[in-house]
Design a protein around this ligand. Sequence first.
Ligand SMILES: [Fe+2]
Length: 421
Amino acid sequence: MKSHQYSLSLFAFALLSVSFIKIEVFTSLSAQPSQVHLSLASEKKHDSTVPVIVTWCSDKFSGEQYVRYGLTPEVKKVRKAVMAELSDKLVLNAVLKNLRPGARYYYKCGSDIGSWSPVYSFNSEPDTGSFRVAVIGDTQNATNNAGFSKTRMIADVVRTYSPSFTLHMGDIVEDGSIPANWSGFLSVTEELNATSPLMPVLGNHDVENKTGDEFQKPFIDFKSLFNLPGDEVNYSFTYGNARFIGIFSGCAQAAEKTDQVQYNPESPEYTWLDKELTKAENDKRISWTVLWMHYPVKSFGWSNVSRWRENILPLLEKHRVDICLAGHRHVYERHYQIKDGIPVKNETGSEFLATNGTIFITNGTAGGNPTGSGGRDLNSMAFTPDESMYSFAIMDVETNSITFSVFDQDNNLIDRFSINK
Ligand SMILES: [Fe+2]
């Protein structure tokens, strides 16, 4: 190659490189944070508030990203994000610690090079023992809930209650093997989840359903996207004076046929739960213990998996559990408190003493097709509505009482009861 040809080639290469950089900068500018959601970290230092994790997605790399946050919408504090790759996108998160109790925090996520999310806000853990929890489940995007249209409607109503966080009963999506389902759910519910930490357990639709080694294995999207405490499948956290324990019930129906039902008494998760419940029971700072899962311990028909009940119920009866919440069956059911296997019937129907046992709830559906009233012929059944409906619940936790209110999709009150200490 002659020298002038070499120079020309160099010039062309340099020009091409500059164009490439320009294109890269241009595409970076389009990297809009999406699917913004919050979660709670597991443990907190004594006398501090529960840390809040901000998670979001970005289609393109745009350098370092951050959460800017503070007690005013100007959001002056900065926390650098940790980044991970997930198939076609990036997942970022930052942990916000040492939050002032009971304060409204503002935040946004992203970067100056890319772009920023809207400014959202959330309430940190209060030090008064009073807080509000939303309960939803079965948001799966089946035919009746295409594009999570029903879930969007419920999430918009739930948001008006300003919950401190949301418990999800599982079956988050219809088919967890499809990444677009996870991003669809997190996009549609962003306005709720960006202001109220989302704490889900896995349902049978969220995990691998095929037989073999992969059976009941969570999909990578779940582990990458939600940033939950512990192993993210079975976990616990303390909020106020309540202990919340979320457990994985797998594909209990299918697993029963192959002797693979979760929480076999010999299993590590059984030992873990036994210890968790013992710890909560012996901790004088804990007034309430709430357990939530996908498969109900008490329900009827095909949703009633006897092996799951046989595995879990002895632990609940051994320890002091106030409320056991579940999903799977697309119906709201409230059972009488159960103590030593016997329903404690209360004719007033709305005021209960915590010492009388555990209340079992099947929480209904915030997306999956409603399937009619629950098992009226069960001797433990206290209330189930006559009609099929989408529903959600709001749990108001106080130092000496929990009030549980259930609403339909139009925000009509369906059921309300209180447990008192
Ligand atoms: Fe289910």
